[in-house]
Design a protein. Structure first.
Length: 397
């Protein structure tokens, strides 16, 4: 049985000078409208304790367009401007739901440059995409074709820091079919020496993408630091640094896609550890290596692919002592410093630290699926809580 999922197909394109000017104006207007709406909502709450919703900001936008000062907002398509108000509404919804911080103003230099078009603001025919206010279609490099019979419902155009233009087509894909069920289950322990260690004994090497370009990145960053702020030379130097960062991110993302796709195809149940990466990167000695490993991105890829294809991802609580627990006899060691990679239990079994941790994670995850949680409900994608709580969190009441 196939499932309906929203899939985004991202392509690179090369705009003409006229299209570049039009999109740049659109990005600027989107940023202006977002900031003005955010300021209006903030002011209304501070002065009158009033919550302003999307409909009110939409009426504000209509009034702004009629003023002489903001008449230039009429020069671009109205759809991206309305969409940015919807994004602001979503941001406030997440804030009031305590899922995110208070929305921040968009910066001209630092914020992501993008504009979202709905079906009324673009035309997609015969493999050609034309946006509102444009006479020519975008020169899109179709690196892979859209699935047959699929039409985009939303188009997002963006410009990254490296100067590359991308268009993302959001489609309703009804052709995603769950994979045939199997009895395979695997526990995964993430690390730095090896990116992943599986309970099968397999170890996946850590590519260390950032280390490969570290010398080139440091050289270009030194050159950037010497350039005068606001100069054309500084802009060119900044672009060189951004291109190196983009190359590193592209390689990392490609590697994670290949690994997560293979794991989802081969295993019915995947057990991982519920790590708080944002707290772990506060370690000054390991922050760069942890960020380069991208454990958070690995987990998010694994979870959405498992949801698509009928697999299950279980996250064991972060306090579960997977490394200190003997997978043979269950003896818990008092201490296990990071430099200890192999250790021998009192029962006589010698363990590889990472393989032993993967075995314990798998056992903890399967214990819930077979006989129920021992201490707390097992966290299973999506949502829920983790099963094994060996140590109480200081933030919990």
């Amino acid at each position: 049985m196939s499932t309906h999922v929203k899939r985004a197909f991202k392509y690179r394109f090369y705009p003409t000078e006229a299209q570049t000017a039009e999109l740049s104006r659109t990005f600027g207007c989107v940023r202006k409208v977002y900031n003005m709406a955010l300021a209006a909502r903030t002011q209304a709450w501070v002065t009158r304790q009033e919550r302003v919703n999307y409909n009110a900001t939409s009426a504000m936008l209509t009034a702004w367009k009629k003023t002489e000062e903001l008449a230039y907002l009429n020069e671009v398509s109205s759809v991206p401007l309305q969409q940015t108000l919807r994004h602001l509404q979503t941001a406030f919804t997440h804030f009031f739901g305590r899922r995110a911080k208070y929305p921040r103003f968009k910066s001209r230099k630092k914020s992501r440059k993008s504009a979202e078009y709905t079906t009324s603001a673009f035309r997609f025919r015969d493999g050609k995409l034309t946006l509102a206010k444009m006479t020519e279609p975008l020169a899109v490099v179709w690196s892979r074709p859209l699935p047959e019979g699929m039409a985009p419902s939303t188009v997002t155009v963006s410009l990254d820091a490296a100067g590359r233009w991308f268009v993302s087509l959001l489609c309703d894909d009804s052709g995603v079919k769950p994979l045939s069920a199997n009895a395979n289950a695997v526990g995964i322990d993430v690390g730095l020496e090896h990116l992943l260690t599986l309970s099968t004994g397999e170890k996946i090497a850590n590519p260390r993408h950032e280390r490969r370009d570290r010398a080139a990145l440091a050289r270009e960053q030194r050159r950037l630091a010497k350039k005068e702020k606001g100069s054309a030379n500084r802009a060119r130097a900044r672009l060189k640094v951004a291109k190196i960062h983009a190359r590193i991110a592209d390689r990392r993302r490609d590697t994670l896609h290949k690994i997560t796709t293979r794991l989802v195809r081969e295993n019915q149940t995947i057990v991982i550890e519920d790590l708080t990466v944002r707290n772990m990167v506060k370690n000054r000695r390991l922050a760069r290596a942890i960020s380069d490993a991208a454990w958070g991105e690995f987990r998010s890829m694994l979870e959405y692919k498992a949801q698509w294809y009928g697999r299950e991802v279980i996250a064991v609580d972060r306090w579960f002592p997977s490394s200190r627990l003997c997978s043979a006899c269950g003896t818990l060691q008092d201490r296990m410093p990071l430099h200890v990679r192999t250790w021998t239990c009192d029962c006589g079994v010698t363990h590889d630290r990472d393989v032993n941790a993967a075995h314990n994670l798998l056992a903890a995850g399967l214990a819930v699926t077979v006989c129920g949680a021992g201490v707390r409900p097992q966290r299973s994608t999506p949502g829920g809580r983790s099963a094994t709580k060996q140590k109480p969190s200081r933030r919990e009441p």
